[in-house]
Design a protein around this ligand. Sequence first.
Ligand SMILES: [Zn+2]
Length: 114
Amino acid sequence: MHEAPGATLDNVMPRRKPNPRNSSARSQRDPRPIGDVFGRTEDGPGGAETFVVRTIPGSRAVKTYRCPGCDHEIAPGTAHIVAWAVDGGEDDRRHWHTGCWRGRHTRTITRRWS
Ligand SMILES: [Zn+2]
């Protein structure tokens, strides 16, 4: 009836290692900067405009942003989406929670584009 003390300590989940893919060697000197800026495009929150969409990894998210989808802050270190209208240019980019961007068609925008 005795349980071995500390037995559960061996069940601690091992930390998953980050993706070992080393892309810096290949992309660092990519002579096509435009290909990096325009990663992919999706239809925007209104469905009428095309938005350029980029994924910001947590390690690159060093500031606090406000998500236009839910009007809540995106904390530093949170992987998220940055998107802007193709016609509007990158100066009008907005930072979204990844989930809010995916659900942008099913919820109203709390804040109009300026
Ligand atoms: Zn949000």
